[in-house]
Design a protein. Structure first.
Length: 431
């Protein structure tokens, strides 16, 4: 039986500067697609996104959020659509289904044939145009390590009138959107109750009822963007709770998604029920695949663009989930033997985690899973990793560190133990 493959398209914040700078011979494939997107956004007087994808010196996420967040969103779209093109035409990976998270739905709809890449960019730009005319309140989004019911209780306890649950990512991760003052109160209450929270890197609150005025304007603007019938049983819509069909009104779907929460966990469960056992993140970083790994521990996941990539890097990262690997052949190997862990290193890693996550030390158990137990997203993981490496004098290894090699506190400790051993061996060899 063939294992089903789903491409997942991430939303805001999933950006790596110069992500395709080292792609080599495949650059022409990516550049042609990005050129179509840049031609479309030029109609909206946006600067081209190509430099953000191909220049190693491209501005980072924080800078773009502050000064050019509309162009950032198009860059995220372009990254996702370009990667999907590479996976299909260069690496022979054709998805059985696609799903998107928030902004990621534009990329998923493009791969499903509903939009051309250029028209997907136009749809994103029209969305921004309506948000300029009917802006949401100043605020943002807060990831909470709790289910939706508990998140709702925090909102009520904080008397946060502007706040609402805006994404249900997993049974242990919910996102709340709201005005700044309300999010501050919610975060303080959560901290007092030992509930981990993390501010998301987004320019404002999304997927909340306060965007009703903007969504009404968007309904009119989107009627100018060409739409085609989707591939059959291909694009899974969290808003519809099923696959998009040729009879569905795509504009109504996109408009309604502006004001209702993203039900990502429901999408993942539905795709798994359809036979999907392999989830590939079609975008930068590994936000979605980390969520899937916490919800479906037996699923195969891969995030090819966790950082800027070269062609050999991309090929190697895809090896475990290539068609030949997921459709038959040799049975998967058993779990690798546990790497040795220095007890002093483990104690230091636990202390570093407690400092960064602001948790009591006794919560940071040896086998605590960063995503499932501690609610650490990919951005927080980078901060935590840097803190731990610097604690052991390994700051120079940060650029080469790979968060995909460990998922637990003891796993990170084993990783650092190995680095310290390599460092000691190198030092002794130079004597």
């Amino acid at each position: 039986m063939t294992s089903g493959v789903a491409f997942l398209f991430p939303g805001q914040g999933s950006y790596v500067p110069g992500v395709f700078a080292g792609i080599g011979a495949d650059a022409d494939r990516v550049a042609a697609l990005v050129a179509e997107i840049d031609a479309a956004v030029g109609e909206f007087r946006l600067k081209p996104v190509r430099p953000l994808l191909f220049s190693p010196d491209a501005p980072g996420l924080a800078e773009l959020l502050e000064s050019d967040h509309e162009r950032l969103d198009v860059a995220i779209l372009a990254t996702s659509v370009a990667l999907a093109e590479l996976l299909e035409t260069r690496h022979g990976m054709r998805p059985d289904h696609v799903a998107g998270h928030s902004l990621g739905e534009f990329g998923a709809l493009a791969v499903a044939g509903v939009f051309t890449p250029g028209d997907a960019a136009r749809a994103v730009c029209e969305r921004h145009a309506t948000l300029r005319k009917a802006p949401p309140p100043t605020g943002g989004m807060l990831a909470v390590k709790a289910d939706a019911a508990r998140a709702g209780e925090l909102i009520a306890a904080a008397d946060a009138g502007s706040a609402a649950v805006s994404a249900l990512n997993s049974p242990s991760q919910t996102v709340i959107s709201g005005a700044e003052a309300d999010l501050v109160r919610i975060r303080q209450l959560a901290k007092e109750e030992g509930i981990r929270t993390s501010r998301l890197h987004v320019p404002g609150p999304f997927h909340v009822p306060q965007l009703a005025d903007a969504s009404a304007l968007y309904a009119t603007a989107m009627r100018t963007v060409p739409v085609s019938a989707p591939r059959e049983r291909f694009f899974y819509s969290h808003g519809l709770g099923r696959f998009l069909t040729a009879q569905d009104d795509v504009v109504d779907l996109m408009v309604n998604d502006m004001t209702r929460p993203v039900r990502f966990h429901d999408s993942v469960r539905a795709l798994n029920a359809e036979g999907v056992t392999t989830f590939v993140e079609c975008g930068a970083l590994d936000v979605l695949t980390r969520i899937v790994a916490g919800s479906l521990p037996r699923a195969a996941t891969v995030a090819p663009l966790r950082e800027a990539v070269t062609a050999p890097d991309l090929s190697a990262r895809l090896e475990p989930v290539r068609p030949s690997a997921v459709t038959g052949g040799s049975p998967p190997a058993g779990p690798a033997p546990a790497a040795p862990v220095d007890p002093e290193v483990l104690a230091g890693v636990r202390a570093a985690c407690a400092e960064v996550l602001e948790y009591p030390l006794d919560v940071i158990t040896d086998d605590a899973d960063f995503q499932a137990d501690l609610g650490v997203d990919s951005l927080a993981m980078t901060e935590l990793q840097a803190h731990a490496l610097q604690r052991f004098g390994l700051k120079d290894t940060l650029q080469d560190a790979d968060t995909g090699t460990y998922g637990t506190v003891s796993g990170l400790a084993a990783y650092i133990t190995g680095l310290l051993g390599e460092s000691a061996g190198t030092a002794s060899g130079q004597r």
